[in-house]
Design a protein around this ligand. Structure first.
Ligand code: IPM
Ligand code: MG
Length: 358
């Protein structure tokens, strides 16, 4: 069987970490007898530079023809002028919308070897194993009207938080299915005391909850949730929420692990198709230095194998290799404590590949 993967390396450290993800896929292909075929397409700032468009139609078509997509990161100071006509992030949003990637899965798991890397106390973070399921194609990011509405009072602008029951229901179903494979607990996050869209969210979430009587369900307001994520993060299992809340809470949750460089993600469409990417950004300050942590991308590859291709054994093998390498004390710069030796992006990728071959 031939497995077609489209690569969108993007900007900053994107190409460096995607190269390590490809290294791991090739190693898995050799070991388990899978034939991965890679093609590379432009997205983000590099696509703006070369074509004027952050997501050229050709890139979108290459993603649509693939079985899965691996993305590095997009954006950087070069393209971040707020008055610019096109921004790299627009390419990412169009990709999500056009590919129907409505469910963004962001696991946050603390590795025992890294429990001291967090700014929080070890005893607070050491048992953390949660997943944020973020709605990705609705809410404030896409609601209309959106944009400038200058008027007689002066400058003005609007964004709209709009949700349909269908959008909420499918996101909650993905969340409940995931909870069933885990500790069977869901926290649905909203702002139902203020927002109409959140009251609809809660109403529909409760309806879906009746389909899953075996899963424990709770509602929590987004402001309390941001507090409890710091105070008692190990209590959370699956956290389901709308687009903007999920964007904010997932960055917060990433700090439980100590480094964004450890966190993978999957953005899933209806069916098995998905786009996989590390949750860290393009990190322009360290781009080109060969010091970025490739583990978030490597763990994203593991998610791809398990979720899109049902290759759980291959995925487990990668995750175990990463855990063993961390336990053995190998650290990229973002993870190293003062005095600990730091290894490069490619050295970390090589270690994982070697562990897989063993
Ligand atoms: C993320 C990022 C994006 C988002 C940006 C780059 C548009 O922050 O994936 O969390 O806001 O969704
Ligand atoms: Mg974000």
């Amino acid at each position: 069987m031939e497995i077609k993967i489209t690569l969108l390396p993007g900007d900053g450290i994107g190409p460096e970490v995607v190269a390590e993800g490809v290294k791991i896929l090739k190693t898995i292909g050799q070991k388990f007898g899978h034939n991965f075929k890679f093609s590379e397409a432009l997205a983000g700032g590099i696509a703006i530079d070369q074509t004027g468009n952050p997501l050229p139609d050709e890139s979108l078509a290459m993603c649509q023809q693939a079985d899965a997509v691996l993305l590095g990161a997009v954006g950087g100071p070069k393209w971040s002028d707020p008055s610019a006509k096109v921004r790299p992030e627009q390419g990412l949003l169009r990709l999500r919308k056009e590919l129907g990637l409505f469910a963004n899965i962001r696991p946050v798991k603390v590795y025992p070897a890294l429990a001291d890397a967090s700014t929080l106390k070890r005893e607070v973070v050491e048992k953390v194993d949660l997943v944020i399921v973020r709605e990705l194609t609705g809410g404030l990011y896409f609601g209309k009207p959106q944009g400038r509405q200058d008027n007689a009072q002066g400058r003005a602008a609007v964004d709209t938080m709009y949700y349909t029951e269908g959008e909420i229901r499918r996101l909650m179903r993905v969340s409940f299915e995931l909870a069933r494979q885990r500790r069977k607990k869901i926290t649905s996050v909203d702002k139902a005391n203020v927002l109409a869209s959140s009251r609809l969210w809660r109403e529909v979430a409760h309806e879906v909850a009746t389909e899953y009587p075996d899963v424990a369900y709770e509602d929590i307001l987004v402001d309390s949730c941001s507090m409890f994520l710091i105070r008692r993060p190990a209590d959370f299992d699956v956290v389901a929420t709308e687009n903007m809340f999920g964007d904010i809470l997932s960055d917060e949750a990433s700090m439980l692990v100590g480094s964004m460089g450890m966190l993978p993600s999957a953005s899933l469409a209806e069916g098995k198709f998905g786009l996989y990417e590390p949750i860290h950004g393009s990190a322009p300050d360290i781009a080109g230095k060969g010091i970025a942590n490739p583990l978030a991308t490597i763990l994203s590859v593991a998610m791809m194998l398990r979720t899109t291709f049902n290759l759980s054994q291959e995925a487990d093998t990668i995750e175990q290799a990463v855990e063993a390498i961390l336990a053995a004390g190998h650290r990229t710069a973002d993870l190293a404590t003062p005095g600990q030796p730091k290894i490069s992006t490619t050295a970390m990728g090589d270690l994982v590949a070697e562990a897989l071959k063993a």
